[in-house]
Ligand binder design. Structure first.
Ligand code: SF4
Ligand code: SF4
Length: 395
């Protein structure tokens, strides 16, 4: 693993200073801007953020791989309205043979303790593959923990047992509200009941690591409090919320986007729910959230794409987080060693210099945000498509 000291740009002690009346001076632009709650950030939090920024820089330099996603199929049994990968029931790209992916993980054992590197299966829908059990046995033999992200539609009890036997240690199930809202978004009349069945299986499993992930949109927004009670009644302890980002099918569907006022309300809902301690709720990894930092998630914003996260896509391409645009692909396992790609490429992800364009070029909180999650950029030159911080500013 290379350690290039010049690679990391350590941030200045404070990027922004708050003046008494809620006015703020931006050190980048030297202009006064008006900044009041909810996006204002208090002094203590700024200190903590400053330390966190340094931590992010060091982690980027070390780039220790902690999560390796495998897009094990592009086939899917649903056709969700918000799908980021725009999958099909049958895909033109064949599923990658297990052996090809295992060559990557075998090679990684020379560099990492496999017990500390999580392998996560995504798709498409992983359960479309009939050979997941074989994969599970073989990846467990190599010493890796593994899990998957699923819509739960095809998860029967016998399949769950077989996968558990093959070492499945964690699972994320997508669950987007009550029956009408979930089935609308998932575009399938039985998807809700199947998701509930899948959730009941994982909730009942001792020592199983899981979470339920909900895409919050205008249709399920007004019933979130009720939905929380429903999840608690199912025994769910870990719940994660994300909001739509403009990619795949979601790009053309305005019905899916929350207004800025609703987004602020959502942050308040998450904050209040976390204080209640009845269910462990957090907002997804994307977006610097100003004063809500460390209050709606465990820890501060950190887009780990290319720093701790890599993915092997269905055609062998190597990317950072599986959610990001294909223009950020760094190589292909059929042409180059995965390790070479991981260790020597991804410079753009680790430095993030390319994000300093458009609205981010003159941003007062850039050092805390670094241009938001990479999945919110279409390319290195597109500029960021969504600014969460801006949603929180008073309009
Ligand atoms: S997305 Fe860009 S403009 Fe918005 S807070 Fe982040 S760096 Fe600033
Ligand atoms: S690219 Fe987006 S989804 Fe992926 S780690 Fe970064 S913030 Fe999270």
């Amino acid at each position: 693993m290379s350690l290039n000291i010049h690679f990391v740009r350590f941030s200045s002690f404070f990027t922004i200073n708050t003046l008494p009346a809620g006015r703020t001076v931006c050190k980048r632009s030297h202009k006064f801007v008006f900044m009041k709650n909810p996006a204002d950030i208090n002094f203590r939090k700024r200190l903590a953020l400053n330390l966190h920024n340094k931590y992010v820089s060091v982690e980027a330099e070390l780039h220790e791989l902690k999560y390796l996603f495998w897009e094990c199929t592009l086939r899917c049994n649903l056709s969700c309205l918000h799908c980021g990968s725009d999958c099909r029931t049958s895909s033109e790209i064949q599923d990658m043979p297990i052996a090809d992916f295992l060559r990557v993980t075998e090679q990684l054992k020379q560099h990492y303790n496999p017990n500390k590197l999580m392998i996560v299966l995504t798709g498409g829908e992983p359960l479309m593959r009939r050979d997941l059990e074989e994969f599970g046995y073989r990846i467990s033999e190599q010493g890796y923990p593994w899990g998957m992200v699923t819509n739960g539609l095809a998860l029967t009890e016998s399949r769950f047992r077989a996968l558990r036997h093959a070492g499945l240690g964690s699972m994320t199930v997508s669950f987007d509200g009550f029956e009408s809202e979930h089935n609308w978004l998932r575009n399938n009349a039985v998807s809700f009941s199947r998701a509930v069945a899948a959730i009941k299986l994982m909730v009942a499993e001792p020592e199983f690591v899981y979470d339920v992930v909900t895409c919050v949109n205008p249709k399920n927004f007004s019933r979130l409090a009720e939905f929380k009670e429903f999840l608690i009644s199912l025994g769910v302890t870990h719940w994660r919320i994300f909001t739509i980002f403009p990619t795949g099918r979601a790009k053309i569907n305005d019905e899916l986007k929350l207004s800025d006022a609703q987004f602020v309300e959502l942050m308040e809902f998450i904050k209040t729910t976390r204080k209640e301690k009845r269910i462990n709720l957090s907002y997804s990894c994307e977006g610097f959230l100003g004063s809500y930092e460390n209050e709606v998630r465990d820890g501060f914003f950190f887009c780990r794409a290319g720093v701790h996260i890599a993915s092997v896509l269905a055609d062998g391409s190597v990317s950072a987080c599986p959610n990001i645009n294909h223009s950020f692909i760094q190589g292909n396992i059929y042409q180059e060693d995965f390790w070479n790609i991981w260790d020597n490429k991804f410079k753009n992800m680790r430095e993030r210099e390319f994000t300093k364009s458009g609205i981010c070029s003159n941003c007062c909180v850039y050092d805390c945000c670094r241009g938001n999650g990479i999945h919110l950029h279409e390319s290195e030159t597109s500029g960021v498509q969504v600014c969460h911080y801006n949603k929180l500013l008073p309009k």
